[in-house]
Design a protein around this ligand. Sequence first.
Ligand SMILES: NC(=O)c1ccc[n+]([C@@H]2O[C@H](COP(=O)([O-])OP(=O)(O)OC[C@H]3O[C@@H](n4cnc5c(N)ncnc54)[C@H](OP(=O)(O)O)[C@@H]3O)[C@@H](O)[C@H]2O)c1
Length: 323
Amino acid sequence: MKKIMINEFGNESKMILNEVDTPSPKDNEVLVQHKAIGINFIDIYQRTGLYPLNLPSSLGLEASGVVEAIGGDVKSFNVGDRVCYCNGPLGAYGTHNLVPENLLVHLPDEIEFETIASGLLKGVTAYFLLHDIYQVGSKDTILFHAAAGGVGSIATAWAKALGAKVIGTVGSSEKEKYAIANGCDYVINYRTHNFKDEVMKITNNEGVSVVYESIGKETIVDSMDSLKRRGLLCSFGNASGVPDPINILDLMRKGSLYLTRPTLFDYVKTREQLENASNKFFDILKSGKVKVDVQQKFDLADIGKAHASVSERKTIGTTIIIP
Ligand SMILES: NC(=O)c1ccc[n+]([C@@H]2O[C@H](COP(=O)([O-])OP(=O)(O)OC[C@H]3O[C@@H](n4cnc5c(N)ncnc54)[C@H](OP(=O)(O)O)[C@@H]3O)[C@@H](O)[C@H]2O)c1
């Protein structure tokens, strides 16, 4: 089988494509032959060492495919089943991966391998952000950064489906058109406009209920200042770098704000949570209200180019690797 490995943290060139023996599943393990592999921003944090891994390490947390072999105690999966996974184990960047049964999900027939390979992690994230972190509904105006990106395009459409008024930010005029077509009520190009000022104009100086903040260092202060009294700052990513520390007294001074810094792995910790979030995502996809828009496809051998286009802000929608 083929597998991407890193021996040290660093730029795209550290990802090496290796030929290795295909492993056999042990008890509770399933060998999945990949049809498509998802690229997520966390893969970049892991490759660069911002989120450290034990080295040498494989990479990639999300893929879809077909069950090729099962270990002794596996109860819920059979050879030939269509499956997907999104919270590891590491090693999705390859032709195959051994996945513990409790992390694997059956893929409904109506949903394509490529759709889910680049959508499950982002869709499950959108689910917990809009339902568990805060219950978004028709009472809310929310601000969602990187609205034309992977998580952003899925979550903003989902928030619209929940009845919220959605303000998105984007980094180019092409992305602006995309985010409007995808359902955002207002889109701000935060490279050309001060998004906090625009949010205040849109909300008559009230501010928004929640800011979904995945940009980090460059935006976090203005994100706090875009909130209404007792609003929630949900810092869930750091695409521009880790934010500077927040003075806890600022939460009081800026209107008794709330702050959370969640990770998917705490919100789909149990089998029940994973199944619930995945099923909710499958349902909203089947309803047609939310789509996974695979706009970029790369071969496994071009993994470096795939990472570069995501980290250089060139991508729209989602990105997949074909093994
Ligand atoms: N906490 C969690 O559990 C969790 C789970 C999934 C994802 N996330 C986070 O959600 C965010 C989106 O993830 P994704 O995989 O869907 O990626 P993505 O949104 O497709 O790509 C990231 C986007 O961030 C924007 N961005 C702004 N400043 C940037 C900079 N300096 N460098 C790179 N990008 C920049 C770019 O959009 P513009 O050009 O429009 O600005 C870029 O397209 C990431 O921050 C990720 O870490 C968190």
